[in-house]
Write a protein that binds this ligand. Structure first.
Ligand code: GLC
Length: 718
């Protein structure tokens, strides 16, 4: 298909209409034919605009997608097929753990596999593009969408961003019909809203933005990610969706990205409430000038671009560029040859929720859970009588947000998993409370059931809509009724194991001290109950490690491992008693730090060795360490390597993750692990935004988490 020719054949109306993305309910042939009422009706969408439109949001199901595309092609003058896009973030119908959990697996191969499977299930259902990976760096658990990202570290987020893009897109998007195009989001720094309140203002220096918040987007694009979605928030006072400096100058000019940019839902029109556009025409002008190609679910473009071109306020070539990028993506996906791409009702039946896919979801869930406490109560013995109590004891709401195609009914619940392990005769269940409410009867029933048991397993947490988009919480404790339930259980003087189902690091007051065992299961997905049971009974040895800090309380937020030292560090050798950077009521460190996670065995780190004590710019240092499993069962350990630049032109973090290896060790086995350090890994953004390293002293840390490390040092010579 000669796209230039096709572009030339298009009228200005057809071109500007190609830039809108509408939900399925606007399209004949969609199963969910909704009434075009309310805000949809106010959009002023005409039938002609729909016939000329370029892409659909939320289409899924081979039959529905085929119908929509078929009707569209009958009505579109030039036969330009629709792009079918949808949110497939951590699974399509087979739901994987939420990305914050996937990050805690520190297993990018399993992450890639999860995206591969999600892509396959989506592709046979007719989806062409997924709105993932979401790679926004986060430091504030009040923000609900922390569940959707892999955490607080730019290096780890970059590793996973690449893995997700590889899984979704593969390396032959045109011919591999089991793949979908990926769309990295939300550009940029959406994860840093003030107060942790969704959609709120983001204020940070360009240096901070480049140092911590941009790397993972760049990593996704370096891996070939086809699309970028703009963020709702402002960046330095300008909404991302109208931010020319961020999109045209940085993303397109500096980074050389020439793929499609899509706004987030309604974000073009939101330039008006943001206060940088007086009306939809101005919003359209700002967004197209800033580089947004597709306007999602508002109609500023389709209603105003023609007049803006006619008046000379917008150059037509900007519209041509946008249209061409969209046509190029359609061509790359082979849609001009086959507008139905991978949609296949027969294959849907064979591929979706297959045993193989469920096994992959189980494996990732088992590796994403993090053991936070174990006072010799875990693993459970199968002959013990278990009282399984709590709102998540038998609750399918373990898929987390962005699992809209998943089925809670199909999820393996915690009760299913434990009963399968210990035998139904050994498990006595009582709900004990709902998520945010409880009756006296529920409590008394829980006490009755618990009285007959050897061990109490509490299944507690947040319902899925308490995190995710628009799921910000100012209080990140468990709901009061669940804390009360724990109190009631504690009075029985029996061992308590708490399992948490949640989408964010929580304030664990009322949980941590009261539990003898504590397993963070996040939203573990379709196979969650089976994975949790295998972990509780020791058939799987926990290997998850936190990728986002757990604060003592919300007052500590933001608390993260790669922070700066300040001029009055509390732990300095000569620190004063009072006049140092500290709280009067809690420590400075989080309750659980980045990289933390327990195992049923123990690991010993010895002999951290550097191949030399200096590094020349074009050379490398070999770092080695010995790690031994000194316990009695096999386990997986995440060996983490951090560095510290002792003196920089700007302040430098106390630690920065630069590498890690997840290794398996049999009881008694010792392995020598090797890393390589180069000058490139020591570069950072200077005051003038130059990205380079400085000669000088560095510390190297290697250990099981960001707090307990062996230490060595070297000098960079330039
Ligand atoms: C939402 C989300 C975005 C999602 C889009 C389409 O508002 O912010 O992540 O991809 O709309 O559903």
């Amino acid at each position: 298909m000669n796209l230039r020719q096709l572009l030339n054949d298009m009228t200005l109306d057809e071109k500007k209409d190609q830039l809108i993305q509408l939900a399925t309910l606007f399209y004949a042939g969609a199963e969910t034919q909704g009434e075009i009422t309310g805000p949809m009706e106010d959009m002023g969408i005409t039938e002609e605009m729909i016939q000329n439109s370029g892409s659909v949001l939320g289409a899924s199901g081979a039959k529905e997608v085929t119908n929509i595309q078929k009707v569209h092609l009958e009505n579109n003058r030039l036969g330009i097929p629709l792009l079918m896009m949808a949110d497939i973030v951590h699974g399509f119908k087979t739901i994987f753990p939420v990305p914050l959990a996937i990050g805690c697996s520190w297993d990018e191969k399993l992450a890639e596999r999860s995206a591969e499977i999600a892509a396959k299930e989506a592709a046979v259902s007719g989806v062409h593009v997924t709105f993932a990976p979401m790679v926004d760096l986060v430091r504030d658990p009040r923000w609900g969408r922390v569940m959707e990202t892999t955490g607080e570290d730019p290096y780890l987020n970059s590793v996973f961003a690449k893995a997700f893009v590889r899984g979704f897109q593969g390396n032959d998007l045109t011919n591999d019909k089991n793949k979908v195009a990926a769309c990295v989001k939300h550009f940029a720094a959406y994860g840093a809203p003030e107060g942790g309140r969704d959609y709120n203002t983001v204020n940070m220096s360009e240096r901070e933005l480049r140092e911590n918040y941009l790397p993972a987007y760049k990593a996704a694009l370096d891996e070939g990610c086809e699309m970028v979605m703009t963020a709702f928030n402002t960046v330095d006072g300008v909404p991302a969706t109208g931010n020319k400096k961020l999109m045209r100058d940085l993303l397109r000019e500096e980074w050389g990205f020439d793929g499609v940019m899509i706004s987030d839902w309604g974000a073009v029109k939101e330039l008006i409430p943001h206060g940088v556009a007086g009306d939809e025409s101005e919003a359209a002008r700002k967004a197209i000038n800033a580089g947004v190609d597709i306007e999602m679910m508002t109609a500023c473009y389709v209603k105003n671009l023609k007049e803006l071109v006619d008046s000379g306020a917008v150059k037509e070539e900007l519209i041509d560029e946008a249209v061409l990028r969209i046509l190029e993506l359609k061509q790359k996906l082979g849609l001009f040859e086959n507008p139905y791409r991978g949609a296949d009702e027969q294959l849907e039946k064979e591929v979706i929720m297959s045993t193989e896919h469920r096994e992959a979801a189980y494996e990732l869930a088992a590796k994403s859970c993090v053991l936070l406490k174990n006072e010799e109560i875990l693993p459970l013995q199968k002959d013990k009588k278990i009282a399984l109590i709590g709102p998540f004891a038998n609750n399918g709401d373990i898929l987390g947000q962005w699992s809209w195609q998943g089925s809670k009914e199909d999820a393996v619940k915690i009760y299913d998993g434990i009963a399968q392990k210990a035998g139904a005769d050994n498990v006595f269940m009582a709900q004990g409370s709902d998520i945010e409410s409880a009756t006296e009867d529920q409590f008394s029933e829980a006490v009755k059931v618990a009285n007959d048991a050897d061990v109490i397993v509490l299944a507690l947490g947040e319902k899925s809509e308490m995190s995710g988009e628009a799921g910000s919480r100012s209080n990140i404790c468990l709901p009061d009724v669940q804390l009360k339930l724990i109190e009631e259980m504690k009075k029985l003087n029996k061992p308590i194991v708490s399992v948490l189902i949640n989408g964010r690091p929580l304030d664990l007051h009322g949980v941590y001290e009261e539990s003898d065992g504590l397993l963070e299961a996040w939203f573990p997905g379709t196979e969650g109950g089976r994975a949790i049971a295998d972990l509780l009974y020791g058939d799987v040895n926990p290997s998850g490690r936190l990728t986002m800090s757990f604060p003592y309380n919300v007052g500590q937020v933001p608390v993260y491992y790669n922070h700066y030292n300040t001029g009055r560090p509390k732990d300095a050798p000569d620190a004063q008693e009072r006049y140092v950077s500290q709280y009067l009521d809690v420590p400075n460190e989080p309750l659980f730090p980045f990289g933390f996670g327990l195992s049923y065995t123990k690991y010993q780190y010895n002999d951290l060795t550097l191949s030399k004590d200096y590094l020349a710019a074009d050379d490398e240092i070999k770092v080695s360490v010995k790690v031994k499993n000194v316990g009695s069962i096999k386990g997986e350990e995440v060996v983490q390597l951090y560095v510290r630049d002792l003196v920089g032109e700007v302040v430098r973090p106390l630690k920065e993750l630069k590498a890690y290896q997840k290794i398996e060790l049999n009881p008694g086995e010792e392995q020598e692990i090797f890393f390589t350090l180069t000058e490139e890994q020591l570069r950072y953004y200077h005051e003038d935004l130059s990205f380079e390293s400085d000669a000088g002293k560095f510390n190297v840390f290697v250990g099981p988490n960001s707090q307990e490390c062996l230490e060595q040092s070297f000098e960079l010579r330039k």
